[in-house]
Design a protein around this ligand. Sequence first.
Ligand SMILES: [Zn+2]
Ligand SMILES: [Zn+2]
Length: 152
Amino acid sequence: MEGGCACGEVRYRLTSEPLVTHCCHCLNCQRQTGSAFVINLLIEADRVELLAGEPQPVDVPRDDGSVQQIYRCPTCEVALYSQYTYPEVRFVRAGSLDEPRGITPDVHIFTKSKVDWVVLPESVPAFEIFYDMDEQWPAASLERVDAIRRSR
Ligand SMILES: [Zn+2]
Ligand SMILES: [Zn+2]
């Protein structure tokens, strides 16, 4: 899967399937996107291959006092991915993919602040806040996380 910013300076390719795809309804994501939720593909940083350009990190304060880095195109400043606690994992914004319609969330999180008019499908797990990775992630993704931990 490939994607990029609005002006075309930044282009990237995901070299594998993501670990998991989140739809996050938290207030931070709503504020950052100006929308009702964000869809993030969680994937190892070394599986986000830059084809052109170099996204620049911007420190963004969060409601809990922490800081999240949002990587943006230096020219058009469209957000491409975020980094939270772990630098080994990128949260790639599904809307920046060339074909975002191909993405379906594996799990909905922070539904406690979900807007009322978004109605979630019953078939997809949804959590008021967060969830236990061991229960929601496919075994192959958990093995990939183990590989990240071992590499530290
Ligand atoms: Zn751009
Ligand atoms: Zn969020």
